[in-house]
Ligand binder design. Structure first.
Ligand SMILES: Nc1ncnc2c1ncn2[C@@H]1O[C@H](COP(=O)(O)OP(=O)(O)OP(=O)(O)O)[C@@H](O)[C@H]1O
Ligand SMILES: O=c1[nH]c(=O)c2[nH+]cn([C@@H]3O[C@H](COP(=O)(O)O)[C@@H](O)[C@H]3O)c2[nH]1
Ligand SMILES: NC(=O)CC[C@H](N)C(=O)O
Ligand SMILES: [Mg+2]
Length: 518
């Protein structure tokens, strides 16, 4: 079965919404990939798309050096949909005219649709849309006709039906264009001839076959954290190669309450995954002793993880098991971030990175989730029988509580944040908010303050609560938790966790703050 026979190529010109185009198409059961607009023609041909989408972008096609796609896209004989900058590029490249508009359009607008185009089939004659542009198309290339207009622009949507080229000035991929998904469905199904064969079930089958073909012999190791990504990757690989998989869970001493027991329970006893827990608490805490700098903490943890995995590979070798493969839960956003059209970005914090592992240990990578977004991984997890609690688990960073204990990481301070975190988890769940929030957790600050409890003076630690709404962790807003919930959190933590006498709520969004405090 080739679930990749219906593929759409998205060329990225730097729009903030490019990923949304991919999500919408995938929701429609159409496999697609985002590539930088600079991708060479040979690669485009090899990808063999059923259609191409040109994304929006911040540049103006009128500016010298603004991004272009290889002209081969227009010669593939497949449909093209230009969105915003993509439309302007179509017009500019094929002989039309683009100019800065007198009236820039930002925000909601409506378009009047000329009936008859496959792009608008089944849609009403007037549509609410979302605009965000300063340039506009003033003259169409030969062969093109307008198919929708706004009060201020006659070319809100255009087509060259013979060549199957389409362009829209608005953004069908954003939720503020309520029927945008129908338009994208029309493009994918009616214009490109896709039928929506991409599903998580089909994906799982194909992935399992591919893993079998890749891991023909030898063992594969997988660092299993109990998080969604590594769990789903491990389950897929286990399906493919059974007990040639060795999962390694590291108890690094900075886990949350009961985390080790839960992971062993779910993956060992429930899924019969061959799981080894390495008790490395002393090793990690020993190395972290006295360290307060966040980057240094992260680097130590990354290094110790690698050390533990190396020792495990060595131990397997002594038992005659040659580990030749490393399973990683790399997701599609991780992949696109490294190939994006946009330039390299500054290092904000070093995410503990198991990525340092393979080269050093000469293991081939098995990354069965490389094509998926987080919500797709969650659906795949359900498909593979992972319990709902595991699938909906909020992300938990590899460096664990070490980066949620600001200042020195000691057993005593870890215990404070652990106990506060249990209360946060309980109350957030009880309020029915766990799945709505990207993350909610407690942070122990290196600050003591004066309080009065039972007529006694206290001078104890401060705990901050972080609750964040986000779709991908890249940006986020602090959650407007109900006051009653905040009150309960504060009173429970202060009453139940001896050593904390003050609770504060973090009201910073990302950016400019980050989600974790270190
Ligand atoms: N305690 C641990 N033991 C073994 N491997 C770990 C541990 N913590 C993290 N890892 C490895 O680091 C990788 C990255 O961690 P990350 O938190 O990004 O992913 P995850 O834990 O699988 O999913 P989630 O993002 O939902 O927490 C994990 O996929 C896992 O391979
Ligand atoms: O596996 C991980 N290793 C790390 O080193 C790491 N640091 C942050 N995070 C998680 O990533 C998301 C974004 O976090 P920040 O806004 O703090 O950068 C949030 O979801 C964080 O919990 C990590 N995950
Ligand atoms: N959102 C976009 O693609 C904008 C395209 C172009 N930069 C303009 O302002 O018109
Ligand atoms: Mg994790």
């Amino acid at each position: 079965m080739d679930i990749h026979s219906e593929k759409i190529l998205i060329l990225d010109f730097g729009s903030q919404y490019t990923q949304l185009i991919a999500r919408r198409l995938r929701e429609l059961g159409v496999y697609c990939e985002i590539h930088p607009c600079t991708v060479p023609a040979a690669q485009i041909r090899a990808f063999a798309p059923r259609g191409v989408v040109l994304s929006g972008g911040p540049a103006s096609v009128l500016a010298a050096g603004s991004p272009r796609a290889d002209r081969a896209v227009f010669e593939l004989g497949v449909p093209v949909l230009g969105i915003c900058y993509g439309l302007q590029l179509l017009a500019h490249e094929l002989g039309g005219k683009v100019h800065p508009a007198d009236h820039r359009e930002f925000g909601p607008a409506f378009i009047d649709v000329k009936q008859g185009s496959p792009l608008f089939q089944g849609l009403p004659p007037r549509l609410d849309v979302w605009m965000s542009h300063g340039d506009r198309v003033e003259a169409l290339p030969a062969g093109f006709e307008p198919i929708a207009s706004t009060g201020s622009s006659p070319f809100a949507a255009v087509e060259d039906r013979a060549r199957r080229f389409y362009g829209v000035q608005f953004h069908p991929e954003v939720v503020h264009t309520p029927q945008g998904k129908d338009l994208l469905r029309n493009f994918a199904y009616r214009v490109c001839g896709c039928s929506g064969t991409w599903s998580m079930r089909a994906y799982a089958e194909v992935a399992v076959e591919q893993i079998r073909a890749q891991v023909k012999d030898g063992h594969a190791i997988c660092a299993l954290s109990g998080g969604v990504d590594s769990a789903v990757a491990a389950l897929l690989v286990h399906r493919a190669i059974g007990d040639r998989l060795r999962c390694i869970f590291v108890d690094n001493g900075v886990l949350r309450a009961n985390e080790r027991q839960q992971v062993e329970e779910v993956f060992g006893r429930m899924f019969h995954l061959p799981l080894v827990t390495v008790d490395a608490r002393a090793r990690f805490l020993g190395q972290l002793a006295g360290v307060t700098d966040p980057e240094q903490k992260r680097k130590i943890i990354g290094r110790e993880f690698i050390g533990v995995f190396e020792e495990e590979v060595e131990r397997l070798a002594q038992h005659g098991e040659r580990a030749a493969f490393l399973v990683q839960g790399t997701l599609y956003p991780d992949v696109i971030e490294s190939v994006s059209f946009k330039g390299p970005s500054a290092t904000i914090k070093s995410h503990h990175n198991v990525g340092g592992l393979p080269e050093k240990m000469k293991l081939a990578l098995v990354e069965p989730l490389r094509e998926l977004f987080k919500d797709e991984v969650r659906r795949l997890g359900l498909e593979l029988g992972l319990p709902k609690e595991s699938v909906q688990r909020q992300p938990f960073p590899g460096p664990g509580l070490a980066i949620r204990v600001l200042g020195e990481v000691t057993e005593a301070r870890l215990e404070l944040v652990r106990r506060a975190d249990v209360i946060v988890q309980e109350e957030i769940r009880a309020a029915g908010l766990y799945e709505k929030l990207w993350q909610a957790f407690a942070v122990l600050l290196p600050v003591r303050s004066v309080g009065v409890m039972g007529d006694e003076r206290t001078y104890e630690s401060t705990c901050a609560i972080r609750a964040i709404e986000s779709t991908d962790g890249m940006t986020g807003d602090w959650a407007r938790l109900p006051y009653e919930l905040l009150a309960r959190l504060s009173s429970r933590i202060i009453n139940e966790v001896r050593g904390i006498n003050r609770v504060v709520y973090d009201i910073s969004s990302k950016p400019p703050a980050t989600i974790e405090w270190e």
